[in-house]
Design a protein around this ligand. Structure first.
Ligand SMILES: O=C(O)c1cc(=O)[nH]c(=O)n1[C@@H]1O[C@H](COP(=O)(O)O)[C@@H](O)[C@H]1O
Length: 225
């Protein structure tokens, strides 16, 4: 079950990223590299981390006009990431074009409602439906109809989302072990509960990477799955 964990290597420090990835790599199924890392080290940095040998989840949350996103996906395609993210809010055409531009082995998944947002935040940005649950359902259906591979949502919505899309690939971040610090996340869930609710894979960052002993933290989380 530890193979269902993608550890978020969120740091702009290449040496630290490598050390963390090497330290936990036997207890997780993949490594997630996001904006923080990519802004600092780009594709060369991704290749260095990929050399460790685990699948790479390249989390760039692309969100722009369809032509720009498709061109960006094409420019990333030689990295052959296992998973690549776009924002569902970019719309159907953007998602269709992103998927068409991606290499065959790459799962393109759409971020629905960030796990750091709650109903109040949705109201602030003018989402007419300020209930994250309903908005996740709406964007999951859109991503499914656009031909993507799956979505990113919190573990609180994943069961409902999977009902709409039984064969979808569901990525769940905002995961916290019982009693763990939530930080900036608002819609959190335990790793076990997220899997029980239908997550395909879990994204876990700080509960592992900021632990005194990341190795032991990864092992302890894996043991609960
Ligand atoms: O796409 C993501 O991975 C993502 C989507 C989302 O809604 N919420 C979310 O936290 N993430 C990512 O998941 C990771 C969560 O990290 P921790 O909160 O440290 O476990 C970060 O790298 C976020 O960028």
């Amino acid at each position: 079950m530890s193979s269902r964990i993608f550890v978020a290597i969120d740091t702009p420090d290449l040496a630290r990223a490598k050390a963390l990835a090497e330290r936990v790599h036997t207890h997780v199924g993949g490594l997630k590299l996001g904006l923080e890392f990519f802004a600092a080290h780009g594709q060369a940095g991704v290749r260095e981390i990929a050399a460790i040998g685990l699948p790479i989840f390249l989390d760039l949350k692309l969100h722009d006009i369809p032509n720009t996103v498709a061109s960006a996906v094409q420019a990333l395609s030689s990295l052959k990431p296992a998973i690549l993210t776009v924002h569902a809010a970019g719309g159907r055409a953007m998602m269709e074009d992103a998927k068409a531009a991606a290499p065959p082995g790459t799962k393109v998944v759409a971020v629905t409602v960030l796990t750091s947002l709650d109903g109040g935040d949705l109201a602030d940005i003018g989402v007419g439906q300020p209930d994250p649950h309903a908005q996740v359902e709406r964007l999951t259906a859109l991503a499914r109809d656009a031909g993507l591979d799956g979505v990113v949502c919190s573990g609180n919505e994943v069961a409902a989302a999977r009902k709409l899309w039984p064969k979808g690939y569901f990525v769940v971040p905002g995961v916290r072990p019982e009693g763990g610090a939530v930080g900036d996340q608002k819609r959190t869930i335990t790793p076990r509960q997220a899997l029980d609710n239908g997550a395909s894979v879990l994204v876990i960052g700080r509960p592992i990477t900021k632990a005194e002993d990341p190795d032991a933290a990864a092992r302890a989380i894996a043991a609960t799955l």
